[in-house]
Ligand binder design. Structure first.
Ligand SMILES: [Zn+2]
Ligand SMILES: [Zn+2]
Length: 232
């Protein structure tokens, strides 16, 4: 943004911390002390993003990924899904508080700007049409928009759809989640890219993004990264 435009915008709509209400940082709805309190996922499995337990020896891959690697190649999950990260995501998802998407997307873009090999397209995880109409928006798309703009990577919103309306995953075990999601996604138009990033708000066990990655692989996509706000 032009500097003078940013100054005018800061005067008219001063950034306000979404967590405590204090004045935010420059063009960011987050104050410095709340930014420092966010649970950043700094030590994690490179493939699936699962955070290492505190004090555990750091290895590149977790046991699960060594035994049975997922269909995607790597995961960048900015935060660990605990408070206050979970508060920001729930406020977006269940209360349609859009400034949370702008904040989370901007923070993710800052982290991802250091990635050397950028994907050609970003594919937000689609919602089933019924859930989309009930919610009125797809939180993954809302978070992806600022990332696409800041990193200058196009969004692909038309290549795939969620064709099975699966029950909510929250109360299911890892195995039930996997079965619940079998063939949940259909690629309707193969992406014209060899390297894509799937974007989701929260990755819990990884079965949703794995299922979408499997469907994309079948169409010839060679490299699939997963970008998430938070990892459980
Ligand atoms: Zn704050
Ligand atoms: Zn792993």
């Amino acid at each position: 943004m032009n500097n003078w435009l940013a100054i005018i915008q800061d005067c008219l709509y001063p950034p306000t911390c979404l967590l405590c209400g204090d004045p935010g940082g420059s063009q960011l709805d987050l104050c410095a002390s709340c930014a420092a309190s966010l649970p950043y996922n700094t030590h994690a499995c490179q493939r699936c993003g699962v955070p290492w337990n505190r004090g555990a020896p750091v290895a590149p891959l977790c046991g699960q990924c060594q035994k049975q690697p997922p269909a995607y190649d790597s995961t960048q999950a900015l935060l660990i899904y605990e408070n206050p990260a979970s508060y920001l995501i729930r406020a977006l998802k269940f209360n349609a508080h859009y400034p949370c998407a702008r904040l989370l997307g901007t923070l993710m873009a800052e982290q991802l700007s250091g990635v050397s090999d950028k994907p050609e397209q970003i594919i937000p995880v689609p919602l089933h049409a019924q859930r989309y109409h009930r919610r009125g928006f797809n939180q993954a798309i809302e978070i992806a928009c600022p990332i696409a703009r800041i990193l200058d990577i196009p969004l692909n919103l038309t290549c795939c759809s969620r064709t099975r309306n699966t029950p909510p995953q929250a109360r299911l075990s890892a195995k039930e989640r996997k079965n619940n999601l079998k063939n949940a996604f259909t690629v309707t138009k193969a992406p014209t890219a060899e390297h894509v990033a799937i974007l989701d708000d929260v990755v819990t066990t990884g079965s949703t993004v794995d299922e979408l990655a499997k469907a994309l692989r079948k169409t010839g996509v060679k490299r699939i990264d997963v970008w998430a706000c938070a990892r459980a």
